[in-house]
Design a binder for this molecule. Structure first.
Ligand code: CMC
Length: 374
């Protein structure tokens, strides 16, 4: 008999073999399909990385051009989704709205397209949904996608109505590249559980969005930014951090199940946060973040707790014009590539995911009629 083993949080349990993403949590290294995240962030684009994750190769010039065109052609969303966005309570949580609209897309998709085509559709349309709701909430009309722009540039164009500057476009592109996949995180695992029952890819993505919504996963970015805003000045950082840690409260954007050193994405984002806050004039928030990092690494570093991707990403999203409630949706807009890539890889060798629980209650109890119960 196999011994019952309880691994809370499924720590160190592998659910599949993968050739998509490799994380070296000890050394703080991350690779997509074998390519270092540092090279991809500097040299690549979100479209190229999406192709790489889905197709397991870097596209050549012709493949990339065709792929970019296909993605750009898919940006418009059905009118029924825009009508829904215009009607819904504007104070609704944007992740709930994203979940519902992806569900609407799934309901409407009766095509016999394969999962790759559906994944492109989802990835291309999600920014249109996010920015339309962002603008409607602010009392503005949605901006039609512009198919002559790159994915990152069009995303910002639909958000602000202005073509972004070079530094804004590059920053957005990098932030999307960095969020595209991260091996077996909670939301990806949720997608796989759903896919393993041979449900459809939209249902898997809805599961991913639902899992990403929580503050321990994709919403830590907005919590981190709120913390910077609440602190208000670098002079208040020391007192705030020590108070918070002495009350055993977690610092959002710190700590990771796999990384026991700096998350490389945090290092890359720190340099982009540095650049974008200089341009946008919210330097104060960057200085607050740097000071938190310095103090918290001093106190938590020996426990292996360092900044993760969410520590600087919120500041970057904010500087690009996104409101904090929307940060997890921007994360989702990129992670949808990883969710779908991991689902497609899993389905090549599917087995129903069905773990077990260790029963600790009684059995063989006598049923008590209701009138005899205390
Ligand atoms: N601030 C202070 N202490 C922390 C933090 C933190 N952010 N994270 C972990 N710890 C401590 C925790 O209190 C515990 O201490 P002790 O052993 O003394 O009780 C120890 O570290 C281990 O914590 P854990 O919860 O068992 O670790 P985990 O691997 O289950 O948690 C985590 C990983 C990401 C949930 C956790 O680090 C956390 O809550 N961080 C804050 C939220 C956050 O930034 N989430 C984003 C994660 S990265 C991007 C993503 O996946 O979306």
């Amino acid at each position: 008999r196999v011994l019952d083993v309880l691994r809370k949080g499924l720590e160190d349990i592998a659910v599949k073999e993968t050739s998509i993403t490799y994380i070296d949590g000890k050394m703080g290294r991350l690779f997509y399909r074998g390519y270092s995240i540092f090279d991809l962030a500097e040299l690549s684009s979100f479209e190229e990385v999406s192709f790489l994750l889905w197709k397991n190769k870097l596209p050549n010039i012709r493949e990339l051009e065709t792929f970019k065109k296909t993605m750009a052609e898919q940006r418009e969303v059905p009118g029924q989704i825009l009508e829904y966005l215009a009607k819904i309570d504007p104070s609704s949580n944007p992740m709930d709205v994203l979940r519902t609209t992806v569900s609407m897309m799934g309901t409407a998709d009766r095509s016999d397209s394969d999962n790759f085509e559906k994944s492109i559709r989802l990835t291309s349309k999600i920014p249109t949904i996010i920015t339309s709701f962002h603008r409607i909430r602010a009392g503005l009309s949605p901006v039609q996608p512009d198919s002559s722009l790159t994915h990152a540039s069009n995303f910002l164009y639909m958000l602000t109505g202005q073509k972004p500057s070079e530094v804004e476009e590059k920053t957005m592109d990098v932030v999307l590249i960095l969020h595209a996949d991260h091996e077996m995180n909670a939301s990806t695992f949720a997608c796989l559980v759903i896919a393993s029952t041979l449900s459809d890819i939209y249902s898997s993505v809805i599961g991913g969005i639902s899992a990403l919504k929580g503050p321990l996963h994709g919403a830590a970015n907005s919590e981190a930014l709120k913390m910077f805003l609440e602190i208000g000045s670098p002079d208040n950082v020391e007192e705030y951090v020590y108070k918070r840690l002495s009350r055993k409260e977690r610092l959002m954007g710190f700590g990771h199940r796999i990384y026991k050193t700096y998350d490389p994405r945090a290092l890359i984002l720190r340099s982009y946060a540095d650049k974008i806050t200089s341009v946008k004039g919210n330097r104060n928030l960057y200085e607050i973040a740097r000071k938190i990092e310095e103090i918290a690494v001093r106190s938590l570093g020996q426990k292996g707790i360092y900044p993760n991707v969410d520590f600087y990403s919120g500041l970057v999203f904010y500087s690009l014009g996104f409101s904090p409630e929307f940060f997890p949706t921007v994360f989702a807009s990129s992670r949808v590539v990883g969710w779908t890539a991991q689902v497609m890889e899993y389905l090549n060798d599917n087995r129903l995911i069905r773990p077990k629980a260790i029963y600790v209650g009684d059995i063989e109890k006598s049923y008590v009629p209701i009138e005899d119960r205390s």
